[in-house]
Ligand binder design. Structure first.
Ligand SMILES: [Zn+2]
Length: 190
């Protein structure tokens, strides 16, 4: 994971850019003060963590439970953590999150899983990838308005940015994220 510091300018105010995903990391730099850290919600315990930018690419861990906050792997969410990472409580969370709503009985979901994992590795650490089992957590899927699976929803600062349905190859998933996060990571968003 290589990051390049851009001295605070990246498409209108971001501190640096992930060289691999070529995506500006969503550091909110409201006003003149440049952010020196990002806030990330832990996918394991739901704790909000503050991670200095300089440590973002070196495997930051949750201060409470020790789980990796960003390691390029697809994180498994349960209902409680899903609700912490999405919605009002996640307003302060700085990096985009894409969730794959899936189920074990769904053939296309199983087909897409390795593609989703590949996209996750490609876009780390700028974008977090997670999945939610819609069979085990039906109420969550219902609240998210999931009608068919697999369905991908891209979130930023707790709000839905866009959704994509059907099984997709990794390249489509990466293109989908890139087409939406650019506009969402500038200053003044959220
Ligand atoms: Zn944790």
């Amino acid at each position: 994971m290589k990051l390049r510091f851009l001295g605070g300018v990246c498409e209108g105010g971001l501190a640096f850019r992930c060289l691999r995903s070529n995506i500006c990391l969503g550091v909110n730099v409201m006003g003149a003060k440049m952010a020196d850290a990002v806030r990330l919600c832990c996918a394991e315990c739901g704790q909000m963590n503050r991670v200095p930018l300089a440590r973002l690419a070196s495997g930051p861990k949750c201060g409470v439970c020790g789980a990796a906050l960003l390691d390029g792997r697809v994180m498994e969410l349960d209902a409680a953590v899903h609700d912490k990472m999405i919605g009002g409580a996640a307003r302060g969370d700085d990096l985009p999150l894409i969730v794959d709503y899936w189920a074990a009985w769904c053939g296309p979901c199983r087909m897409m899983a390795p593609e989703f994992a590949k996209a996750a590795r490609e876009m780390a650490p700028g974008i977090r990838f997670a999945k939610l089992d819609t069979e085990a957590h039906q109420a969550v899927a219902q609240r998210a308005g999931i009608r068919g699976i697999p369905a991908l929803i891209l979130y930023h600062r707790g709000r839905e940015v866009a959704r994509l349905s059907g099984a997709r190859p990794a390249a489509d998933i990466v293109a989908f994220v890139r087409s939406h996060v650019g506009a969402q990571t500038g200053p003044g968003v959220g």
